[in-house]
Design a protein around this ligand. Structure first.
Ligand code: C2E
Ligand code: MG
Ligand code: MG
Length: 445
């Protein structure tokens, strides 16, 4: 019987070992995808709290592994996992694939969950393993679900797709809010809704003023799309614009936007206001010959005062075509602005490539203007560089008087952000401009 007991113990130990093998990634000894899925499945049977799956990709993992070897890179991954667990208590971390970690979080409601995801974004990239300093830059893909009975596999898949998209767009974080953006089929139906929405007047443009940093005078405005869906209510532009980019609806949408913006420029001019009106243009459209023909035909004989904002990272996909299109637009009198400057990794090479009239410092960069000495130095040098290249500089996302003052002091030409005004419908923009002008009248009187 002693023998039987030992045999049973060995079998039990082997089973535990096999279970461990089945649930763990051999290289890092961290729980694997299967472990994460079984955890999620357990959660979906529970109460109706909110769940997030966040997938982290270590940027350029293969290059890091080539530089420091398998052993150390695995250690970096383990170190990241440990830091994630310290940041989010009561969470589970798994090693999903090479250089990719997954985290599940459960919190009572969506707001609490989102706040915590924000905190994860700020994770410091510097790690120390076996005495070496390693920078591991993380990208995040996020998917949320609320209430019991969600599809665990679909959630992990959504978060992973978001991460892929994040890498492709060279963005730090991308969230596919499962409530607004559940699956590819619905995505497609959203796009047919968009076409109808355009016809039914559900889309509109709001304008966010751009003020001169030195005296606050409003000299421009950025057109931002708004869509109020009849059943779903307002849909965020980053959600329907990335869907429109995927499905090819972006050209139609942008052409509508340009026509509408030019109409509004005329209205502003009738009201005695000359503002440079900026429209956001997806990088993908720059290679599109039909779009180029549309633009050149539409602006001919038009009111002028038009600017295209192009996001830094979007152009790189087809640089030659983009440079050519931009040159043609500039020749026709359209100003070119480089949007969200300073979020991507390729900022400097981008400046070398593109001739533009304006550089927009991304919110994260602009907000750091009054922070530390190093941040200030970076912002100041960026502004000087842009000036040297003949561009004016806009600070984006300015929310506080301190940020505005610091930007002005560093030589920034224009500021844009909630401090000056939120994006406004055209009628409200006109009221805002009138109100701005009034203090001068009383001062003169
Ligand atoms: P963007 O071009 O960088 O636009 C600035 C975004 O920052 C806007 O978000 C604006 O509402 C927001 N914002 C402005 N001031 C502040 C501030 O002080 N604090 C904070 N936290 N945010 C501020 P919105 O309207 O949600 O647009 C998001 C993005 O969607 C835009 O980023 C742009 O890339 C894209 N988008 C909007 N309209 C269009 C369009 O007509 N065509 C294309 N292709 N993209 C568009
Ligand atoms: Mg913009
Ligand atoms: Mg921007």
């Amino acid at each position: 019987s002693e023998l039987r007991r030992r045999a049973a113990a060995i079998v039990q130990e082997r089973e535990a070992g096999l279970l461990h093998l089945a649930m763990h990634e051999p290289e890092t000894e961290l729980p694997n995808r299967r472990a994460l899925l079984s955890e999620l499945t357990r959660m979906r049977q529970g109460d109706s709290s909110a769940v997030a799956v966040i997938v982290f990709g270590v940027d350029r993992y293969a290059a890091m592994r080539a530089a420091i070897g398998y052993g150390l890179s695995n250690e970096v991954v383990r170190e990241i996992a440990a830091r994630l667990l310290r940041t989010c208590r009561e969470s589970r971390v798994a090693h999903l694939s090479t250089g990719v970690l997954g985290l599940v979080l459960r919190r009572p409601d969506l707001a609490a969950l989102q706040a915590e995801v924000e905190a994860l974004e700020a994770l410091n990239p510097a790690y120390r393993v076996q005495g070496f300093a390693v920078d591991a830059f993380l990208r995040l893909g996020v998917a949320y679900a609320e209430g019991p009975g969600f599809d665990a596999e679909a959630l992990v898949e959504q978060a992973t797709t978001a991460l892929d998209e994040c890498r492709r767009l060279d963005r730090r974080r991308l969230v596919f809010d499962s409530a607004a953006f559940p699956d590819p089929d619905l995505n497609l139906s959203l796009m047919s809704d968009l076409r109808q929405g355009l016809e039914r007047g559900e889309l509109s443009l709001h304008y966010q003023p751009k003020a001169r940093a030195e005296d606050g005078c409003i000299v421009g405005a950025e057109a931002l799309l708004r869509w109020r869906h009849p059943d779903r209510g307002p849909i965020r532009p980053d959600v329907f614009i990335s869907a429109a980019e995927e499905t090819g609806a972006i050209r139609e949408l942008t052409e509508w936007t340009i026509r509408r913006a030019l109409g509004d420029v005329e209205q502003l001019q009738w009201a005695g206001r000359r503002l440079l009106v900026s429209v956001n243009i997806s990088g993908r459209l720059l290679g599109d010959q039909a779009f180029r023909d549309f633009v050149l035909a539409t602006i001919e004989g038009g009111p002028g005062d038009l600017c295209f904002e192009i996001t830094e990272t979007a152009v790189i996909e087809n640089p030659a075509a983009a440079v050519e299109a931009i040159a043609a637009f500039r020749k026709a009198g359209v100003k070119i602005s480089i949007d969200d400057y300073g979020v991507g990794l390729s900022s400097l090479s981008y400046l070398k490539l593109l001739e533009a009239d304006e550089l927009k410092l991304d919110r994260s960069l602009a907000a750091s203007a009054h922070q530390g000495r190093r941040d200030r130095l970076i912002v100041r040098s960026t502004i000087e560089l842009a000036h040297g290249l003949g561009m004016s500089v806009v600070g984006e996302g300015v929310e506080t008087p301190e940020a505005q003052a610091a930007l002005a002091e560093l030589g920034c030409d224009l500021v844009q952000g909630y401090l000056i005004a939120r994006p406004l419908p055209l009628a409200d923009l006109l009221d805002f401009l009138d109100a701005q002008a009034k203090p001068d009248v009383t001062a003169a009187a």
